[in-house]
Write a protein that binds this ligand. Sequence first.
Ligand code: PGA
Length: 240
Amino acid sequence: MRLIVCEHYDELSDRAAEIIAEVVKNKPDAILGLATGSTPIGAYQRLCEMNRKGEIDFSRITTFNLDEYYPISPENDQSYRYFMNVNLFDHINIDKSATHVPKGDAADPEAECRRYEAMLDRSAGIDIQLLGIGQNGHIGFNEPDRDLVTVTHVTSLTDSTIDANSRFFAKREDVPTKALTMGMASIAKAKTVLLLASGKSKREAVSRLLDETVTTDCPATLLKLHPDLILICDKDAMPE
Ligand code: PGA
C-alpha cells in the first residue's frame, strides 16, 4: 500500500485529482471507477477545473460508478446518478452514454446487477477506482458482515447507513432500504485503487487499514490484498 498523508482536505483533493488526471493524460480512453459521497467532491471540482482549462480531455473516457440506491429514479436529487451529473459529468466534456451507474429504477434489480457486472467484464477493465470509506469500513454498499458477495449485487442498507444517509432526505422513511453495489472482487479488478479518507470520523477505519489484518468485519481491509492500493488521508483521519 502507498500511503499519502496530507495536511488537510484541500491537499487531499489536489493529490487525488492529480493522480486521476495522470491516468487520463496517459490513456485518453481510460476507464475510471468513480464514487459518490462527500469525500471525492473536492477532487471532482479540481478535475472540472482542469477540463475547463483544457488540461485534460474526457471525450474518450468511460466511467463506472460503484453503487446506486434501490429503488430510486435517476432524476431524484438523492440518486447517485444525479450526484455524478451535478458534481462531475455536467461540467466536463464526457460522453454521458459512456458513464455507467447501476440503474436504480431497473424493474429487476438482480438482472440489473448481472448486466452491470457483465458490462464491467466485457470492458477493458477499470484503470483506476476511486473510493471513499465508511466510518465502519464499508466500501460502496459492502457493509461489514460475516460473508460478503464478491460481484455486483443487491444489498439491504444497515440501520446505521440509513441513519447516516437520512440527513440528505426529507425524512428517514424516504431513504431507500436497498442498494445495488459492485462487490469487493469487482472493485479489486481495477488496476489501481485510490482510497480517500478525510476527517476524524474515519480514524478508526484508517487504523484498521494500517494494521496487518484483513477481515470482512471491515470490508476496506480486503483492499490491502490489492497490489496497487493508494491511500490518501488527511491528518485528521490519521490515527495518532
Ligand atoms: P463520505 O462517505 O465520503 O460521505 O464520508 C464515504 C462512504 O460512506 O463510503
